[in-house]
Design a protein around this ligand. Structure first.
Ligand SMILES: Nc1nc2c(c(=O)[nH]1)N[C@H]1C(S)=C(S)[C@@H](COP(=O)(O)O)O[C@H]1N2
Ligand SMILES: [Mo]
Length: 166
């Protein structure tokens, strides 16, 4: 009997590998797609997030100017490290793809060192796709003048759509 149950579970796993993954599927409209070298999934391609799932991740705040805004503004949203933990990321770099198809890779060591945000709000206002939303990669330029330069401006992607762990 026990053996039959085991063989059944094994074949379910082979035919429907995603049934064995623990993360819940989004209840609302997906707004962020995470794939690549990750241990978790809730869809055939990886982990899809809706607004509620994004809100449940540990949130952070960074008050900084950037290449777009000369004045320091308060950015809030999930910490990228919390998101990477949630999906079970195993790689060393994070490829970020925006809705305008801009693509760039951020070293995960930089994400940890600078506690980078996947910001959803700027000065308390939710960013939208016609601005820098729904997600804007935010580095703490004010606290770390050494990254206040073009290389990191180029990593400050707005209108983020996909994250691929590599
Ligand atoms: N979605 C998206 N984010 C982006 C870019 C882009 O083209 N699309 N360009 C990047 C680069 S290369 C730089 S230097 C800065 C440019 O910002 P600026 O044009 O406001 O100076 O944004 C970065 N973020
Ligand atoms: Mo750039």
């Amino acid at each position: 009997m026990r053996q039959t149950v085991f063989v059944c579970m094994l074949s379910v796993g082979l035919i429907f590998p995603n049934l064995l993954h623990a993360l819940p599927a989004p209840k609302g409209e997906p707004i962020l797609w995470v794939s690549g070298n990750i241990a978790e999934s809730n869809s055939p391609d990886g982990v899809e997030f809706d607004t509620d799932m994004i809100k449940q991740l540990e949130q952070g705040v960074i008050t900084t100017h950037n290449h777009v805004e000369a004045k320091a503004l308060e950015y809030r949203g999930p910490k990228l490290t919390a998101l990477l933990d949630y999906v079970g990321a195993k790689g060393s770099s994070l490829k970020v793809i925006a809705w305008d198809d801009y693509v760039v890779s951020i070293p995960i060591s930089d994400i940890k060192k600078y506690d980078v945000l996947l910001a959803t709000h700027e000065d308390g206002i939710k960013m939208t796709i016609d601005g820098k939303g729904p997600f804007f990669i935010v580095f703490p330029f004010v606290d770390h003048p050494e990254i206040d330069r073009d290389l990191y401006y180029g990593l400050s992607v707005w209108q983020v759509r996909d994250l691929i762990v590599e």
